[in-house]
Design a protein around this ligand. Structure first.
Ligand code: SF4
Length: 348
């Protein structure tokens, strides 16, 4: 039984261990899901323990860029899952944030995003999502502190598997990540945002890719906006039950000549004014064959300055990982996606 897609209670419900078997079973579950070696089988001679397994996909490639690491796992059907480990120095040591993928490719087709150029190949299972964390825990000595759904794919397009994966990640019998350590980042699927609101996970962090000052620009670079324009998105966010000290993280990929003019800053500030939010500025990381360049530091600082003058709280994402196509918006293997499409067209 693959434990990566199951909480311990679900494992228990299937195996129905007797009371004295629960503790050793839990120890095996925890070790497997955390990427550790399970206790010696001679010390846990229960048939139930032998039934557990963790289908952690092997790491096929590791690419380093400074202190950032992208790793690639190959799925059983020959696709690739990309994840990125981002370390952060803190007073008590290094915290690592893991950026996980929820799909291979993505159907949303944002024009600035490498993953969007792949199209959707398929959703990841909950086991494949949790398996990224388990592999990273194993390879980075258990130092994964935060998990952000900002890798390949739109998490709310794979809602059930993403939520199942979150339940496994938060399970106190296993990885035991606190809900506030998880962030779901969406392109603005309002139905999914409303479903998340109903879930009642008040500590879950929500990030939203805004990336544009108005509907005209947003529809041009993010096709989702033609279905769900900015006003609809804001309505869903206004209805979302934030905690007192919580705010949305609104992501803004700054693309020179597209969304970086002074009037754009004014429009963005006006749009965000009713929302409790922080704007997270991400200098554009060019995808392959990009029609746009990355902004200069002067352009980034200028746009941030305009927003701050308008009273909009901002953070700036430090650019890391560009040289290995590991930065935000750069994940995905286009050549592999093309080969897969060709192969499936030929076979059928
Ligand atoms: S930005 Fe996100 S939603 Fe848009 S194409 Fe890329 S992965 Fe998909």
């Amino acid at each position: 039984m693959d434990v990566l897609g199951l909480t311990f209670d679900e494992v228990r419900a299937v195996l129905r261990p007797r009371e004295h078997e629960v503790k050793p079973l839990r120890a095996v579950y925890r070790a497997l899901v955390c990427g550790q070696t399970p206790p010696d089988p001679t010390e846990t001679p229960l048939p139930h323990c032998a039934a557990l397994d963790a289908d952690v996909l092997p790491i096929d490639r590791r690419l380093e860029d400074g202190d950032l690491t992208k790793f690639v796992q190959r799925t059983h059907d020959g696709l690739e899952i990309e994840s990125v480990v981002v370390p952060m120095q803190r007073t008590h040591g290094i915290w690592r944030t893991l950026c996980v993928s929820s799909q291979v490719g993505c159907a949303r087709g944002c024009t600035f995003c490498e993953t969007g150029q792949l199209g959707l190949l398929r959703n990841l299972t909950a086991s494949e999502i949790v398996g990224q964390v388990t592999a990273a825990q194993r390879d980075f000595a258990g130092g994964i502190r935060n998990v952000v759904f900002m890798g390949m794919g739109e998490p709310l397009d794979n809602y059930d598997n993403v939520i199942r994966a979150c339940r496994v990640l938060m399970d106190p019998n296993g990885l035991s990540l606190a809900c506030e350590r998880l962030t779901i980042s969406t392109v603005g699927r309002t139905e999914g945002i409303r479903k998340l609101a109903r879930l009642g996970w008040r500590r879950l962090n929500l990030a939203v890719s805004l990336n544009a000052p108005n509907d005209e620009v947003r529809s041009r670079i993010m096709p989702i906006n033609r279905l769900e324009p900015m006003a609809t998105l804001r309505e869903a966010l206004l209805d979302y039950p934030l905690r007192k000290c919580q705010f949305f993280m609104m992501e803004y990929v700054l693309i020179p000549g597209v969304n970086d003019a002074p009037e754009h800053a004014r429009e963005v500030a006006d749009y965000l004014r009713p929302l409790k939010c922080m704007l997270n500025m991400i200098p554009y990381n060019p995808r392959s064959d990009s029609p746009w360049r990355a902004p200069t530091e002067v352009e980034v600082q200028q746009f941030l300055g305009w927003l701050e003058e308008l009273g909009q709280g901002c953070k700036r994402r430090i650019t890391k990982g560009r040289s290995q196509m590991a930065a935000c918006g750069q994940l995905g293997n286009r050549a592999l996606a093309r080969r897969r499409r060709r192969a499936s067209a030929e076979s059928g």
